[in-house]
Structures are given as structure tokens and as C-alpha cells.
Design a protein around this ligand. Structure first.
Ligand code: ADP
Ligand code: MG
Length: 315
């Protein structure tokens, strides 16, 4: 089998298990299991970089900081993002080294990059923040937070008020040159949680902003920038499906970008979950000939490599 240059996007299920307490110890255990699947890809001779989510983690870090506001200054959201990349990356580094060592691959270095991703100040997402973060609060509390901290608070489906931030498109990876230099020797973990969103002030000067970048779109940007030939999006389901969750559900095996776009327009993929994965896959597969994207489950990652399992999007 030809060796591939693969960017892997890890979903929430690779970092924490449903229904388990989100302790650091449980996160490590879950990531350790995920690492076995990723090490399988390395053991097959492929080069990988790893992008991961951070939704629940960054939410908890922000919540902890706010809860301690009377004792320590509240951390801004971009800093919470950096903290989440740090502790998730730390666990992935430790788990990957152990999983690789079991396959006699302990010499492969693994490192995580605190990654900034440039977004466009004029991105229309800034006009309409939609991504809820943190905890619920009352109307009075929401008004206070809007005044004191400049947050944008929205009522969330009758459950109370919640802070919302925009979800702009990723444009450029600030640490890309570092990834490029490390690629041949090292498994690089980057763009955690989609990356820390920053805006360019002037050449060489960036400022973090309160926003959330979709991690699948960031993984697609990473794969395009580095010239990977495969984007692997690992999540909870073996396949993306049309008529998902109905008795007529049909799993998709091999589809073209045109078919994927058509199904997307017909609304087969839920916004915020499967839709960004399909979008990320299309953007990658369309960017150059020979580039393929696959959406499948973490557990099937190794098997998917031969093309038999997973939703493959190409051409
Ligand atoms: P991740 O943390 O991996 O990004 P998400 O929950 O954001 O996971 O997205 C994956 C989920 O999307 C699946 O577990 C599934 O429940 C849901 N989903 C929505 N629409 C579809 C679809 N058309 N086909 C398959 N899964 C879908
Ligand atoms: Mg997701």
C-alpha cells in the first residue's frame, strides 16, 4: 500500500466518553484508547498530524474561571482556548508515545503546537454570533455580563441566557511554517478546538478574539496547506448518511463532491455536527486532484484506510 500524508480530525468521543465524569483522569484514559487507533495508522507507515476538538473542555475552563471571579481575574476566552490545547495536547502526547512504543515506534516524536488561526474581521459570522458557550444564567445576570464584560448574551431555547460567540471561517494557520518543518519527522498535534481565533492587526501582529472555529474546517485547512493526500475525520458514526435517523437511512460509501454538495443542500447533514464535516471534506477533496476525505468512526480508522469502510468523498 502507498504511504499517505494524512491529517486526522478527532471528534469529542476521542477525548471523553458519554456519561463519564469529565475528570482529567478519565480524559487520559479515553485519549489512551484513541491513541491505539491512531498508532495503527502510523504503524501502517502513514504520516499523520492530529487536530482535535475542545468544546466541552474550553467550556469548563471558562466556567471555572468565572466561578472564581472574586478570587482571581477571569481569563478571556482565547486564553481558555490556549489552556485547553495545552492539557488536551499533553494527554495526546503522553498517550501517543505509549501507544507507539507498544508498536516498537517509540522513536517517533510527538509534539503539540499551541496554534493560532487567523480569521477575517469582515467575516459575516461576526454579525450573527451563534455558538453558545459556558453556563446558563438569568436575564438580570445576562444584562450585567453584557454591561460589565461586553459579552453577547442570548436566550437559549427556554433554558435561560447563555453567552454566544461567532464561528468565523479559518483563513490561515499562524504556526504553519512550524508544522511544515516538523512534518517529515514528527507527529504534530495542532489547531486544537479549531485553533485559537486571532485577527491580524498589522504584519506579524495578532490579537486573540472571543470566537469558536470549527475544528473540522480547521483540519481541512491544515490538510490543504500541507498538501496532504487524505483528510480523515473520525467521529462517532462509521458513515455519514442521508435520511439520517429515519427508517430510510442510507449510509454513504463513495460519493463525489457534487453528490455531497447536493445532499448538503437538501439538508441531509445536521448543522454544527455532520454538515461541517461534509463541508470540510468537500473543500479538501476539491482543492487538488488525488485528494480524498473520509468520515468514519475512531474505532474503524485502521480499517477505513483500505477504502472499504467509511464515507469517502473525492473528485
Ligand atoms: P464530533 O465531536 O466528532 O465533531 P459531532 O457530534 O459534532 O461529533 O458530529 C457527529 C454526529 O453527527 C454523529 O454522531 C451523528 O449523531 C450526527 N449526524 C447528524 N447528521 C448526520 C448524518 N447525516 N449522518 C451521520 N451522522 C449524522
Ligand atoms: Mg463536531
Amino acid at each position: 500500500m502507498r504511504h499517505h500524508k494524512i491529517v486526522v480530525a478527532l471528534g469529542g468521543n476521542a477525548l471523553e466518553e458519554n456519561g463519564e465524569k469529565p475528570t482529567a483522569e478519565n480524559q487520559w484514559k479515553t485519549i489512551r484508547k484513541a491513541a491505539d487507533h491512531l498508532a495503527e495508522i502510523s504503524a501502517a507507515g502513514h504520516e499523520i498530524a492530529i487536530v482535535h476538538g475542545n468544546g466541552p473542555q474550553i467550556g469548563r475552563i471558562a466556567l471555572a474561571s468565572e466561578a472564581a471571579a472574586d478570587q482571581v481575574p477571569v481569563m478571556p476566552f482565547d486564553v481558555c482556548g490556549a489552556m485547553s490545547q495545552g492539557y488536551i495536547g499533553y494527554h495526546i502526547q503522553q498517550a501517543m508515545k505509549e501507544a507507539l512504543a507498544e508498536k516498537k515506534l517509540e522513536r517517533i516524536p510527538v509534539v503539540s503546537l499551541i496554534t493560532q488561526v487567523v480569521v477575517d474581521k469582515t467575516d459575516p459570522a461576526f454579525q450573527n454570533p451563534v455558538k453558545p458557550i459556558g453556563s446558563f444564567c438569568s436575564r438580570e445576570e445576562a444584562e450585567r455580563l453584557e454591561q460589565e464584560r461586553g459579552y453577547i448574551m442570548k436566550e437559549d431555547a427556554g433554558r435561560g441566557y447563555r453567552r454566544v460567540v461567532p464561528s468565523p471561517r479559518p483563513r490561515e494557520i499562524v504556526e504553519f511554517e512550524t508544522l511544515r518543518r516538523l512534518w517529515d519527522s514528527t507527529i504534530v498535534i495542532l489547531c486544537g478546538g479549531g485553533g485559537i481565533p486571532v485577527v491580524r492587526e498589522k504584519e506579524g501582529s495578532f490579537r486573540g478574539i472571543a470566537a469558536v472555529i470549527d475544528k473540522d474546517l480547521a483540519a481541512s485547512l491544515t490538510a490543504r496547506s500541507i498538501g496532504a493526500d487524505m483528510l480523515m475525520i473520525l467521529t462517532q458514526v462509521d458513515y455519514a448518511a442521508i435520511r439520517f435517523g429515519t427508517p430510510d437511512q442510507e449510509d454513504l460509501h463513495h460519493i463525489t463532491c457534487e453528490q455531497a454538495k447536493k445532499y448538503k443542500e437538501e439538508g441531509h447533514f445536521a448543522a454544527g455536527s455532520m454538515e461541517p464535516k461534509i463541508q470540510a471534506a468537500i473543500e479538501f477533496a476539491e482543492s487538488a486532484p488525488g485528494r480524498r476525505a473520509v468520515i468514519t468512526s475512531l474505532e474503524k480508522a485502521g480499517q477505513a484506510l483500505d477504502g472499504e469502510i467509511g464515507t469517502w468523498i473525492e473528485g
